[in-house]
Write a protein that binds this ligand. Structure first.
Ligand SMILES: Nc1ncnc2c1ncn2[C@@H]1O[C@H](COP(=O)(O)OP(=O)(O)OP(=O)(O)O)[C@@H](O)[C@H]1O
Length: 378
């Protein structure tokens, strides 16, 4: 007979929209958001304040009604289930522990609600507290714990009944920087050990990159891009994502010719570069960059070279002035002012550039191709 173990849970969100009625009239917080998350994935919703990530999470949790769209978990329509029936573990920034209950009772809460017997409760709570290295603190009250310990208890409380999905809304925001890094590694370790899907909300892009299998970048209620951290960093599909994730250098260019996805561009001052065009909105399959057309070319700081003006060059270059040189341990950062760039240029090199001091005129350029975006399309 075939094994009867349930298929691992998959999440599908379809054209999810949330419109709030506010005193100023209807306000769209989430607009046509769709994504598919594979079983056991650590998925992070990332974006600036007010972009709709918390509202999306709350709709999945059943804490917020849905204006339109669909949420399917394991093929089941979540709209037909109450928050309780969705069997979700939830962790909040504020911990939300019960102050009058011990650590043990806080952790036991979800099991009691589900009618578990005392022996099961004892076993599961002890297992969970041990996993979170809280075993010695079971009889303490939340007020007698550090912030990090309180957050561990709230994670334990969410995991103890083996939820189908773990939802975390900025869980580390109240912790100091060092503890945040420790806790994010621990959350990731637990999620992988328990094989549970995690949906995580943060506005901290480094945290999102470090913890996630898949990141969804949100802006103004829309999902702008979904991908592995490496993908959204190295192949952003919009100016917004290019700018929001990591550091980026932008150069105004004219598109001279194009061939499929590739463009030959000319920078201000006449230097020719090669670029890969990246599209953003739907519906731009047709003509793009009717030549010559203004665009922006993007490159990451570690995808740049830099040299002193005394060196002979046989490749296209920008010119500028190195206004600041920072030794940052594993790399050296050059901040360059150039009339050919939009804003200050950041160039990260593995070692000091020969013959370049602060204040010197420099030449610099892209290693390989840049990404070319239509200006203004974000
Ligand atoms: N109950 C509500 N009534 C009216 N508007 C709301 C409500 N909740 C959220 N909003 C609005 O919806 C938009 C999205 O809010 P949401 O909290 O989802 O953003 P967020 O990306 O999680 O931001 P933050 O990181 O600041 O929490 C915002 O403009 C917010 O003001």
């Amino acid at each position: 007979m075939a094994s009867s173990s349930p298929a691992p849970a998959r999440l599908s969100v379809r054209e999810l929209t949330k419109i709030f009625n506010t005193p100023e009239g209807p306000a769209t917080a989430v607009k046509d958001v769709s994504f598919d998350i594979a079983p056991n994935t650590f998925f992070t919703m990332l974006g600036p304040s007010g972009c709709g990530k918390t509202t999306t999470l709350r709709m999945i949790a059943g804490l917020e009604s849905i204006t339109s769209g669909q949420i399917l978990f394991n093929g089941e329509d979540f709209r037909r289930k109450s928050a309780f029936e969705r069997n979700i573990g939830m962790v909040f920034q504020s911990y939300a522990l019960f102050p009058h209950m011990t650590v043990f009772e806080n952790a036991a809460y979800g099991l009691r609600l589900r009618g578990a017997d005392e022996a099961t409760i004892k076993k599961r709570v002890h297992e969970t507290l041990a996993m979170l290295r809280l075993d010695g603190l079971a009889q303490r009250y939340p007020a007698d714990l550090s912030g990090g310990q309180q957050q561990r208890v709230s994670i334990g409380r969410a995991l103890v009944y083996h939820p189908g999905m773990l939802l975390l809304d900025e869980p580390l925001a109240n912790l100091d920087a060092k503890l945040r890094v420790e806790m994010r590694d621990e959350i990731r370790r637990l999620q992988k050990a328990l094989n549970v899907m995690a949906l995580y909300v943060t506005h901290d892009q480094e945290e999102a990159m470090a913890i996630s299998d898949v990141v969804g970048v949100f802006s103004k209620g829309r999902l702008m891009q979904l991908g592995a951290p490496y993908e959204i960093y190295s192949a952003p599909t919009s100016l917004f994502v290019a700018d929001f994730i990591g550091k980026a250098n932008f150069f105004p260019v004219d598109v001279e010719t194009r061939d499929g996805d590739r463009a030959a561009v000319v920078a201000l001052g006449g230097s020719p570069f090669a670029g890969v065009r990246t599209v953003t909105a739907a519906g731009d399959e047709g003509d793009w960059f009717v030549k010559p057309q203004a665009a922006l070319m993007m490159s990451r700081p570690e995808q740049m070279w830099l040299s002193s003006t005394s060196q002979q060059l046989d490749r296209p270059a920008f010119t500028g002035r190195a206004v600041r040189i920072q030794f940052l341990g594993s790399f050296v950062r050059y901040l360059v002012e150039s009339s050919q760039a939009r804003g200050e240029v950041i160039i990260d090199l593995p070692a000091f550039a020969e013959g370049v001091s602060e204040g010197d005129e420099v030449r610099f350029g892209l290693v390989g191709e840049g990404l070319v975006f239509e200006e203004g399309v974000r």
